[in-house]
Design a protein around this ligand. Structure first.
Ligand code: ZN
Length: 304
């Protein structure tokens, strides 16, 4: 059962002032202002590391962020316009990217699959991570069947080992939007999925990590994909077979979850490869994945 935590609402991500620069973590306030958290922390006497995953590894990170934001707001320092910044993925260096197979009841019915008793896990390599607005790129002679998958992504906030479903929310820093981009010819040809799921740029996430107090019930959010404005996936996380708390607990029984780790929680019906006729991503396509209250993640596809 979902109980809204009592804490300050936050939208956190990573930014830079120039395209090639190393990103720093920031908090988005008032919709269009970014507080440079390491700089604000310096000014406020609070130690805030450069990357968001390092920040999540610190004790009481939320309180530290809150102190830095309050200081920056009161003193008018360490602020920048969101429009003038380059946006990066909220987490660029996760230790692992766990993915869940079939996790939407409506998707199971569409494919005539039975409802699984336990989650099926696979993974994407962390080098596949890219950010909002970045290009999804591939060599068309290497794969000819590139597909989208709209997914709610859990960002782990505390080391979790063998935690119960009841305690699982305490280990979640927040959620973001993800696109589990998949090379279907490689995925299905290999007999196992890691290559087809892990091409560079095949894990766009963002635009921000949204803390749980800033979303409505995460098990009742609209989720969709639009390709050049046409809606191809349209569901709601009420169709989850396994909730976020069950997934965190299940993963933590098998392996230690660490701050910054990501869990892609499965996709609803309407992926391209199973459409009649199939819809596959092509050079120049603009693909947007959205989740109610969490944000929209847009990427343009490029052959290379
Ligand atoms: Zn997926």
């Amino acid at each position: 059962m979902w109980i809204r935590p009592q804490a300050e609402t936050m939208r956190l991500s990573q930014f830079s002032r120039r395209a090639a620069a190393q990103p720093w973590c920031g908090a988005i306030v008032d919709g269009d202002t970014v507080i440079d958290l390491p700089a604000a922390g310096d000014a406020a006497g609070v130690d805030i590391p450069r990357t968001l995953s390092d920040l999540l590894g610190r004790w009481h990170w939320a309180e530290k962020v809150s102190m830095a934001v309050t200081y920056a707001t009161e003193h008018g320092t360490a602020r920048a316009d969101l429009d003038g910044l380059v946006r990066h993925a909220p987490v660029t260096d996760p230790g692992k990217v766990v993915c869940v197979g079939l996790n939407y009841e409506d998707h199971a019915r569409e494919g005539d699959h039975s409802i699984p008793d336990e989650p099926v896990l696979f993974s994407k390599f962390p080098t596949a991570i890219t950010g909002p607005g970045a290009e999804i790129t591939w060599d068309p002679t290497y794969t000819e069947q590139v597909d989208y998958e709209a997914e709610l992504v859990v960002v782990v906030g505390r080391e979790a080992r063998d935690v119960s479903v009841d305690d699982a929310w305490e280990y979640v820093a927040g959620v973001t939007v993800g696109n589990d981009v998949s090379a279907r010819d490689l995925q299905h040809g290999d007999g196992q999925w890691v290559r087809g799921k892990s091409l560079d740029t095949f894990a766009p996430i963002g635009p921000a990590l949204v803390t749980l107090d800033d979303v409505d019930d995460p098990h009742d959010l609209d989720i969709w994909t639009e390709l050049d404005g046409e809606r191809l996936q349209d569901s709601n996380t009420e169709n989850f077979i396994f909730g976020l708390d069950e997934l965190v607990a299940f993963c933590s029984r098998a392996f230690t979850l660490e701050p910054g780790d990501l869990i892609f929680t499965g996709t609803p019906p309407g992926v391209g490869v199973y459409r009649e006729p199939p819809v596959l991503l092509d050079d120049g396509d603009r693909v947007t994945v959205g989740i109610e209250g969490v944000g929209e993640l847009t990427n343009v596809c490029r052959h290379r």
